[in-house]
Design a protein around this ligand. Structure first.
Ligand code: FCB
Length: 502
């Protein structure tokens, strides 16, 4: 069915979308949040005195407004095995790093943050911040170094790490696939091979059998969309391909693998809570009143954000991800994870066939994050949460953070994003936890060590850690379970007018 076209007066060139069936880019209506009951917003008891007194009286000129989070809210950080463990020599990323030209400044992960040797030192740092949650991943190439052969010593080390978290009252969320693959899997075609679906489900089962005693919160796969685009369209990640069709095939296989793993995990551990971490970007039209830009933004949004959600939620492949039923995916989420960082604007560009006639840009006046990482756009977090609410599932913000070596933007980033999340919780969107990316500067894929996302900085020379100011800010928020006027005053007084009434 062709979409009805409005006569816009001015027609620029040939519109390649005119002959396409565009019905798949229509938005689905979102239910009104107003019908829901508000959740409790009481302050949790403090475990240690906060650095900033949460209940100190505000100055007479300063209005009292404290943004409380729910009692049982999970405050965490997120990491991934290859980025922190070191010596992951048996996976495709390690091989990729050895080839010249792939990683900025020829950086390599090498010993990374030495978590394989001593993750516990960083668990202590996390405990000092009073975190009660941590998202980390297990490395497939360590656990299954050869097809069907599982390494008990590697599983024992992960069990030790999870026990270490539990001992510090930190609840683990374990991701089973975070971008890296064993070399043997790559030799057999990696995620292009449909057999990888079964292999992943078998791996997931084995991990849950071994680690289920210490963890019941599982994230099957991290960001199938980012994995597909960067490895198979942009070609800047392994396997370095440039083929849109293959990218969508790979994403479909990852979603099927998620679904099969979901069933295997529940078979082993009926009480398991299983989800997937989905990267969402706000993709707004560059010129809101241009019909072509609006359509381009809608196409880009469908391809990157929505198609995966529709597949998981409705059990249906929609273009450009695929076409037809995907029944196996239905009912395979106990929660949904949101990885949110930034927004981009989208313009129609008839020369960009490979990217569905879309071009990404930023508004000239947008505040940009370090390292060209995108726009500083906190309201995007609220918009993504609102959109995910349609799934009717608990939501975890499984990643959110900023590359900021000198920590001049992070305090404001953290406060404004957490304020947006607080607002979403007030609207009764079921956000259950927040995992900041990340605890310590780590190996940032193709950007190597140049992007510094940590609450703690890492010295590349001697691997020593130093808390950035934001570490204390995050600790203050966690310890008061709230954003208080005093916290705003201490860490980002420039936000007073934006966040506080009056
Ligand atoms: C996300 C990845 C994570 C990290 C952050 C900055 O897309 O999941 O590993 O690289 O970006």
């Amino acid at each position: 069915m062709a979409k009805k076209r409005r006569s816009s007066g001015k027609k620029i060139g040939h519109d390649p979308f005119a002959d396409m069936d565009m019905s798949w880019i229509e938005e689905e209506p979102s239910p009104k949040p107003a019908d829901k009951e508000p959740e409790s917003t009481q302050v949790a008891p403090e475990s240690i005195p906060p650095a900033v007194p949460a209940t100190a009286p505000a100055s007479p000129s300063q209005p009292e407004a404290t943004f409380h989070f729910p009692d049982d809210f999970k405050w965490g950080v997120a990491t991934a095995a290859h980025q922190v463990e070191g010596d992951n020599t048996n996976n495709d990323w390690w091989a990729w790093e050895q080839e010249e030209g792939h990683i900025q400044d020829s950086h390599q992960s090498k010993k990374a943050c030495n978590w394989w040797g001593n993750a516990e030192a960083d668990f202590d740092r996390a405990a000092k911040l009073d975190l009660n949650a941590m998202r980390l991943s297990v490395e497939w190439s360590r656990i299954e170094p050869l097809p069907g052969e599982f390494d008990e010593a590697a599983l024992a080390r992960y069990a030790e790490m999870l026990q270490g978290l539990r001992a510090r009252a930190i609840e683990p969320m374990v991701t089973l696939h975070h971008f890296t693959n064993p070399l043997w899997l790559v030799d057999e075609g990696g995620w292009e091979n449909p057999e990888t679906v079964d292999r992943f489900a078998r791996f997931a089962r084995r991990v849950v059998e071994a680690l289920g005693e210490y963890c019941d919160l599982w994230c099957t796969i991290n960001e199938p969309n980012v994995y597909g685009y960067l490895g198979y369209v942009d070609g800047v990640w392994p396997p370095g391909k440039s083929d849109q069709k293959t990218a969508f095939l790979v994403m479909r296989h990852m979603l099927l693998a998620h679904a099969d793993a979901y069933r295997e995990i529940h078979d082993v551990q009926p009480s398991a809570r299983v989800g997937l971490a989905h990267n969402m970007r706000i993709l707004d039209p560059a010129t809101p009143n241009s019909q072509l830009d609006r359509r381009a933004a809608s196409v880009a949004d469908r391809a990157f954000n929505q198609a995966i959600l529709t597949a998981l939620d409705k059990g249906r492949w929609v273009l450009p991800l695929g076409f037809g039923p995907a029944w196996r995916l239905r009912g395979t989420l106990d929660w949904i994870g949101l990885n949110y960082y930034t927004r981009e604007l989208v313009a129609f560009d008839r020369t960009q066939r490979e990217s569905l006639y879309t071009r990404r840009l930023h508004a000239p006046d947008a505040e940009m994050l370090d390292g060209d990482y995108g726009e500083f756009y906190p309201h995007g977090l609220f918009r993504c949460i609102k959109r995910l609410d349609r799934l009717g599932l608990p939501i975890y913000v499984t990643e959110n953070g900023i590359p900021d070596d000198d920590d001049d933007q992070r305090p404001r980033y953290l406060l404004t994003h957490l304020h947006e999340m607080w607002h979403a919780i007030q609207m009764c969107y079921p956000v259950k936890g927040y995992y900041h990316w990340t605890l310590v500067d780590n190996f940032e894929w193709a950007e190597g060590w140049s992007l510094r996302f940590g609450l703690f900085s890492l010295s590349l020379k001697n691997k020593s850690r130093k808390p950035r100011q934001s570490a204390q800010l995050y600790a203050d928020i966690i310890q008061t379970n709230a954003i208080t006027p005093q916290i705003i005053e201490t860490y980002a007084p420039e936000l007073r007018a934006e966040l506080l009434p009056g």
